[in-house]
Design a protein around this ligand. Structure first.
Ligand code: HUE
Length: 100
């Protein structure tokens, strides 16, 4: 039915395609495939930070990513999860729309 067709296309519309350096990070956190929703990208980046123990055990909002590929992508030694702007800037540089 038309409804389903519409839902399928809408579902595809919000997929993004990470560029290779970001895709490798997501895959290291268990991501499968090449296109994701933004929510999935954020989930896998969070998993990556946890698995690689990049967060400070005492100040758990601080992420120390210097020397890790994530730090290379962000161009930062560290950041606080309370200020997501550097992450969004990195995603703007490393995500393309998969809708095309
Ligand atoms: C609100 C959200 C967020 C999401 C995006 C952004 Cl740009 C900032 C902030 N957030 C809040 N704390 C974290 C976080 C903190 C330390 C280690 C790992 C994740 C996250 C991040 C998530 C996530 O998917 N979060 C799910 C719930 N988190 C709670 C924190 N939990 C851990 C906190 C450290 C101790 C172990 C549990 C893990 C699940 N994805 C991210 C990806 C990045 Cl590039 C950076 C941070 C996060």
């Amino acid at each position: 039915a038309a409804g389903n067709a519409c839902r399928v296309t809408l579902g595809q519309a919000n997929q993004v395609r990470p560029k290779l350096p970001l895709l490798k990070i997501l895959q290291a956190a268990g991501a499968q495939g090449e296109t994701f929703t933004l929510k999935e990208v954020m989930h896998y980046l969070g998993q990556y930070i946890m698995v690689r123990q990049l967060y400070d055990k005492r100040q758990q909002h601080m992420v120390y990513c210097g020397g890790d590929q994530l730090g290379e992508l962000l161009g930062l030694e560290s950041f606080s999860v309370k200020d997501p702007s550097p992450v969004y800037d990195m995603l703007k540089r490393n995500l393309t729309s998969a809708a095309m």
